[in-house]
Design a protein around this ligand. Structure first.
Ligand SMILES: *Cc1c(COP(=O)(O)O)cnc(C)c1O
Length: 416
């Protein structure tokens, strides 16, 4: 693959067609096109509107709990300095966590859901649909729908409904209707198709709330902009707390929304190294992983062109990860472009490595991280001991791990 020319800024995309280089776009049925264009028009109207911003800031502050803290992870830093000394390196950078786990509902997902439900309200739409795999985005969508008094339908693969019963129950408590999808393998990809179908059928009153920085244009852009509050805050906070920018920032990549949210405000800071962590699952040789950028190929899914897990015939493969939130067969198109342009490195981390970082963080920090976030921490654990003591690493702690205790107990061969 030819490396695209380095642009003057990495922060100006996408173009008018919704393209990030050769990625992105809007590959949708003709019947969907008017809806997408209508959404784009409204998005362009509100994105710089001070009233819209003020309303979002107010909700982010008083409902979601923003700004989230930038926390010096002293226990983990100390531990990694000991590791560094034991290896005779005598280094170990300072590690900071951006605490998205402290948000209402326990992750970064609320940032996007609040932004999009305000957009839906502006558009005069009164019915919310969403799709969910593990159920975390379904819960966040049901949460904001409850807050605004909108009916909410969540499409979820039948296989996922069966294996994520606590989240299904949460959505129902919040007043949402969960519709199991039996087509295909009954997983996320099938739920996405069903949600798109619902949207075309119910054009008049329905808003489709996409949960990650993927989907047809303008979704990757608007989700990124709603999540960029993470990086904007982190950049200001590290300047305030350390008087300088970090050397390295790290985030896990499922569809890529928490990662692009942290990365985007730093993309033009050339001295900041940026690393996205994909789910390496049980290793990249087989198909039991979700590393679409390290082991996939470009193709079209969910209305955009991007790196995807696919077999030789171009069929999408359901990946595997210990963490349900990284179990998305593709990645948002902007990440594909950042990968090919070389601005961001994308690295896989295995299930076992994430599990170890999960336990380590819990013990040395008294913070139970989401298994997704534990992937990002695991990479910090690998690189920090070889860094200098005056260097700084920020890891995005995308969510809290209370939801993962059953999975972890299972992996450790214990019963709760
Ligand atoms: C959903 C989720 C992810 C993965 O989604 P992205 O769009 O890649 O951010 C990561 N961490 C947590 C805690 C999640 O809930």
């Amino acid at each position: 693959m030819n490396k695209p020319a380095t642009p003057n800024s990495f922060r100006t995309g996408p173009d008018e067609q919704g393209m990030f280089g050769i990625f992105g776009g809007r590959f949708v049925a003709e019947t969907l096109m008017p809806l997408i264009l209508d959404l784009e028009r409204h998005w362009n109207e509100v994105k710089d509107d001070p009233d819209f911003k003020a309303e979002l800031t107010d909700l982010s502050t008083h409902y979601a709990g923003r700004p989230s803290k930038l926390y010096f992870a002293e226990g983990l830093t100390r531990h990694l300095r000991e590791v560094s000394s034991a290896k005779g390196l005598g280094g170990g950078a300072k590690v900071y966590f951006k605490r998205e786990d402290l948000n209402h509902t326990g992750s970064h997902k609320i940032n996007n859901c609040l932004g999009q439900i305000l957009l839906a309200k502006r558009m005069g739409k009164k019915r919310i649909i969403a799709e969910t795999g593990a159920g975390q985005h379904g819960v966040a969508s049901a949460t904001v729908a409850a807050r605004f008094g909108f009916p909410c339908v969540v499409y979820m693969g039948a296989t996922d409904v069966a294996r994520q019963s606590p989240n299904v129950f949460r959505m129902k408590l919040l007043g949402a209707e969960v519709r199991p999808v039996t087509a295909g393998h009954g997983t996320l990809k099938d739920a996405m198709n069903e949600a798109l179908r619902d949207w075309v059928t119910n054009v008049e009153d329905t808003y489709y709330l996409i949960g990650t920085a993927a989907g047809p244009h303008p979704y990757p852009e608007l989700v990124r902009d709603f999540q960029s509050v993470i990086g904007t805050e982190a950049r200001a906070q590290i300047l305030e707390q350390e008087g300088r920018l970090p050397d390295t920032i790290i985030a896990c990549v499922g569809g890529g929304s928490n990662a692009i949210g942290l990365f985007h405000p730093f993309l033009d800071d050339k001295e900041v190294r940026i690393i996205g962590i994909e789910a390496g699952g049980r290793g990249l040789d087989g198909i039991e992983h979700c590393a679409s950028m390290n082991a996939g190929a470009p193709g079209v899914l969910h209305g955009n062109r991007t790196y995807l897990l696919q077999n030789a015939d171009g069929q999408i493969i359901d990946g595997h990860s210990i963490s349900a939130g990284l179990d998305y067969p593709g990645v948002g198109p902007e990440h594909s472009w950042l990968r090919d342009s070389g601005r961001v490195d994308y690295v896989p981390v295995l299930d076992d490595e994430a599990l170890e970082a999960f336990q380590l963080t819990t013990r040395v920090e008294g913070i139970i991280p989401a298994l997704e976030s534990a992937h990002a921490i695991a990479h910090a654990v690998k690189i920090v001991p070889a860094m200098d003591k005056d260097q700084i690493v920020i890891v995005n702690l995308s969510g809290r791990g209370d939801k993962d205790v059953h999975t972890v107990a299972n992996m450790l061969g214990m019963e709760i």
